[in-house]
Design a protein around this ligand. Structure first.
Ligand SMILES: CC(C)(COP(=O)(O)OP(=O)(O)OC[C@H]1O[C@@H](n2cnc3c(N)ncnc32)[C@H](O)[C@@H]1OP(=O)(O)O)[C@@H](O)C(=O)NCCC(=O)NCCS
Length: 171
C-alpha cells in the first residue's frame, strides 16, 4: 500500500452553534463538540484508509475556550500517524470573529480510529508520510500517545511502553 500524506486526509467542517446545542450559559455543549470532532476525524480516517473506521479511543480533549451561541465553528481534522490497523487523528477547533473574520483556536483533541473489514475485524492501512514540521512533530509524539492509551485501557503493560517511559527518564 502506498503511503499517504496528512493533507490527503484533511477534513474541514464549518457550522453554526444553534440554541438547541447550548448549555444554560449559552455556550456549546461539550458533548456536542465531541460529536462534531468525531465526525470530522472519522471522515479523515476514512479518507486515509478508504475503509470503514470505528472510534477506538478519545485520547486527549482540551476544552480551552467556551464557544458561544451563534459562533461559526470550524473543525479541522487529519491523520497524524498510521500504525498497522489503527490511526491517530488530530483535531483543531476554531471560532471566527463575526466582524473581522479573525480565527481563534478554541479546542483540540486526539482520537484514534481502527479500520475494519466487513466483519468488523481490524484491517491493514497505508503508512503516513508527514511533510511539514508540525506534521513531523505530531507523528513523532503519536507512538507515545498510543502507548499511553493502551496502558490506560489495560491493553499494554507499563513495562512494555518503552517510548512512553523515555519521557520520564529524559535528562
Ligand atoms: C476498536 C476495535 C476494533 C479494536 O479491536 P481489538 O480486538 O482491540 O483489536 P486489536 O487488539 O487487534 O487492535 C487493533 C488496533 O487498535 C489499537 N487499539 C485498540 N485499542 C486501543 C486504544 N484504547 N487506544 C489506542 N489504540 C487502540 C491496537 O493497538 C491496534 O493497533 P495497530 O493494529 O495499529 O497496532 C474494537 O475494540 C471495537 O470494535 N470497538 C468498538 C468500536 C466502536 O464501536 N466505536 C464507536 C464508539 S462506541
Amino acid at each position: 500500500m502506498q503511503a499517504k500524506t496528512p493533507s490527503e486526509s484533511k477534513t474541514i467542517m464549518t457550522d453554526l452553534v444553534l440554541p438547541s446545542e447550548t448549555n444554560p450559559l449559552n455556550n456549546l455543549f461539550g458533548g456536542d463538540l465531541l460529536a462534531r470532532m468525531d465526525r470530522a476525524a472519522s471522515i479523515a480516517a476514512r479518507r486515509h484508509s478508504r475503509r470503514v473506521v470505528v472510534t477506538a479511543s478519545v485520547n486527549h480533549v482540551a476544552f480551552n475556550r467556551s464557544i458561544p451561541l451563534g459562533s461559526v465553528v470550524t473543525v479541522e481534522a487529519c491523520v497524524s500517524r498510521a500504525f498497522k490497523t489503527s490511526m491517530e487523528t488530530v483535531i483543531d477547533v476554531w471560532i471566527e470573529d463575526r466582524e473581522s473574520g479573525h480565527r481563534t483556536k478554541a479546542n483540540e483533541a486526539i482520537y484514534t480510529f481502527v479500520a475494519v473489514d466487513d466483519m468488523g475485524r481490524p484491517t491493514p492501512i497505508p503508512a503516513l508520510q508527514p511533510e511539514t514540521d508540525l506534521e513531523k512533530e505530531r507523528f513523532e509524539a503519536a507512538l507515545r500517545r498510543k502507548q499511553l492509551s493502551l496502558v490506560l485501557a489495560g491493553k499494554m503493560k507499563p513495562s512494555e511502553a518503552t517510548e512512553l517511559k523515555a519521557i520520564f527518564t529524559e535528562k
